[in-house]
Write a protein that binds this ligand. Structure first.
Ligand code: AMP
Length: 547
């Protein structure tokens, strides 16, 4: 017997419609590329998104067609997101930090018909336009006054494009499983793969994201997603903000410490989300300039492991609660968020920070387990580590245009490629990416743990650990360090520092000092490039093996 409740589809257009009706005057603030600070409200955002939807239909865009964006977080980008998804098309957020060849591949693979791009990316598109055969026209996210001279096909300003239609348009209803968004994984090996989000997965994800123990978003919050919309949907924040009616601050292109600090203070930002490298920039600036971010109550740190020292600095120096989060493009993207439980509130600070170093508990909607190589489930004892597998309504089923290649196991589980532990309280901790874990004498060493320990040293700005070939142990860890500017630090000093913190056999066999480390387009350490660069590196222990 079926229930007798209404079977209304879950659609992205409902998120912005809800905000326009119930939070009509709540602000959306954008730092634009060339037009200064722009302010409007949810009512205006919804009206212009409808207008855009009608303009897209006027250009022949139909259900399931893809339109791409190469854009910073901003109000016009948001309108393309809501407008395209709301009329049944797919908003494909392209990461402009990818290499030219990857961008070309992605746009061609997605067969994007229109590209909406910020001014910043006009030169990039001019380089690639000849190879982007599916693209009928390029729309630049500015007004006519700021439209540059360009030979891009059909180039016009966003405002001119919008003016091709009026806002007399009703959001259509369609199946909630209709595709809404497309995002390609950064693809460490092979070509990038597309993850095709649905209206249903995005709305359910927005519900989950807003929950108190997840990001804890409410109407009274002012939320600034620094994480770009092209990095896994800005972790779903621009969907969840209209669901609860919070003020949105979209920071545009300048994501350095000074820009973020002044924006946080000026707009009264209470919650923000970014990858560790961005937070490092902000914290360094606050410390150097003696500035504060007093409105800020919570920060979400994800995309890479949050170093312990970063959690400590936020919590103790700036009285900001850290929400360490884990997710992936394949998941819309949130998987776990670290919020302390009631029983943790009385623990000493040190122990509370120990818990915060874990990536957190699964959001309802995400099932999670760890298994051995044969797929047997491992204990949730916080010690056993294995392949992290997930399933749920916002977890990928197949990659776009790879529908005939099975991705899940018989139980419907998706292997995340991460190695993790899960403790009896449900907290998951990433040990490593399975490709990055260092295999030494048949045992595993976590590169993440070593990096975090090294990052705790006051003279270390950034650290990476990779396994390099070793004749006796198979692989041994090499620590690669970027020292803090103007500071000299020695190998002996660092190894000494690590001694008390990790098992003796985990200690790196050597330390290399560099000026900078390579990062991926989403700000993660590019371990593949490091492994390639150091593949022939001769460890001192390889010449004189330790027993
Ligand atoms: P992406 O799809 O580009 O966001 O990458 C997802 C991957 O980033 C995950 O599978 C993890 O390997 C890594 N990742 C994301 N968040 C964290 C975190 N908090 N700690 C460690 N690794 C993370």
């Amino acid at each position: 017997m079926l229930g007798l409740m209404q079977d209304r589809p879950l659609l992205i257009s409902q998120l912005i419609t809800h905000a326009a009706i119930n939070h009509s005057d709540r602000e959306i603030v954008t730092v634009t590329v060339a037009e200064g600070v722009h302010r409007y409200d949810y009512a205006a955002c919804e009206r212009r998104s409808r207008q855009l939807a009608k303009a897209l239909i006027g250009r022949g865009i139909r259900l399931g067609d893809r339109v791409a964006t190469l854009a910073w977080n901003g109000y016009r980008h948001l309108e393309v997101w809501f407008g395209a998804a709301g009329m049944g098309a797919v908003a494909h957020t392209v990461n402009p930090r990818l290499f030219d060849d990857q961008i070309t591949y992605i746009i061609n693979h997605a067969e994007d018909r229109l590209v909406f791009a910020d001014l910043t990316f006009v030169p990039l598109l001019e380089r690639l336009a000849d190879k982007l055969s599916s693209v009928e026209a390029f729309v630049i996210l500015c007004d006519d006054a700021h439209l540059p001279e360009t030979g891009l096909r059909g180039a016009q300003s966003y405002e001119a494009f919008l003016d091709e239609a009026d806002d007399d348009f009703d959001w259509p209803e369609f199946d909630e499983n209709t595709a809404a968004g497309l995002c390609y994984t950064s693809g460490t090996t092979g070509n990038p793969k597309g993850v095709l989000y649905s209206n249903r997965s995005s709305v359910l994800h927005a519900y989950g994201t807003a929950l108190v123990d997840v990001l804890g978003m409410g109407e009274r919050d002012t939320i600034m997603p620094v994480v770009p919309m092209f990095h896994a949907n800005a972790w779903g924040i621009p969907h969840a903000a209209p669901l609860v009616g919070s003020k949105l601050v979209l920071p545009g292109a300048d994501l350095d410490g000074p820009s973020l600090q002044s924006l946080i203070e000026r707009e009264g930002v209470t919650l923000s989300a970014a990858v560790p490298t961005v937070w490092l920039g902000l914290l360094s600036y606050l410390e150097q300039a003696g500035k504060r971010v007093d409105s800020l109550k919570r920060v979400v740190i994800g995309g890479s492991a949050a170093p312990r020292s970063m959690i400590e600095r936020f919590e103790t120096k700036y009285d900001v609660r850290v929400k360490h989060a884990w997710g992936m493009t394949e998941m819309n993207p949130l998987g776990t968020v670290n919020t302390p439980k009631a029983k943790h509130s009385e623990l000493p600070l040190e122990q509370r920070i120990d818990i915060k170093c874990k990536q957190g508990r699964p959001v309802f909607g995400v099932e999670m387990k760890i298994t051995d190589d044969d797929g047997n489930e491992l204990a949730r004892d916080g010690k056993a580590f294995g392949h992290l597998k997930v399933r749920g309504p916002w977890v990928v089923k197949n990659y776009f245009k790879h529908e005939d290649e099975p991705l899940l196991d018989e139980g419907g589980w998706f292997d995340t490629g991460d190695v993790a532990t899960i403790d009896p309280d449900g907290y998951m901790q990433i040990t490593d990416r399975s490709k990055d874990v260092i295999k030494s004498g048949g045992e595993w060493i976590s590169s993440i743990d070593l990096e975090n320990a090294a990052m705790g040293h006051p003279k270390v700005a950034e650290a990476a650990v990779i396994g390099v070939p070793h004749p006796k142990w198979d692989e041994r860890p090499l620590l690669i360090v970027v020292p803090v500017k103007g500071e000299a630090v020695s190998k002996a000093e660092l190894l000494d520092y690590l001694k008390g913190q990790v098992a003796k056999w985990w200690l790196p066999d050597d330390v290399v000092f560099v000026d900078q480390l390579p990062h991926t387009a989403t700000g993660k350490l590019m371990k593949t490039a490091l492994r390639e660069a150091y593949k022939d590196y001769k460890l001192p222990t390889a010449r004189d093996p330790v027993s």
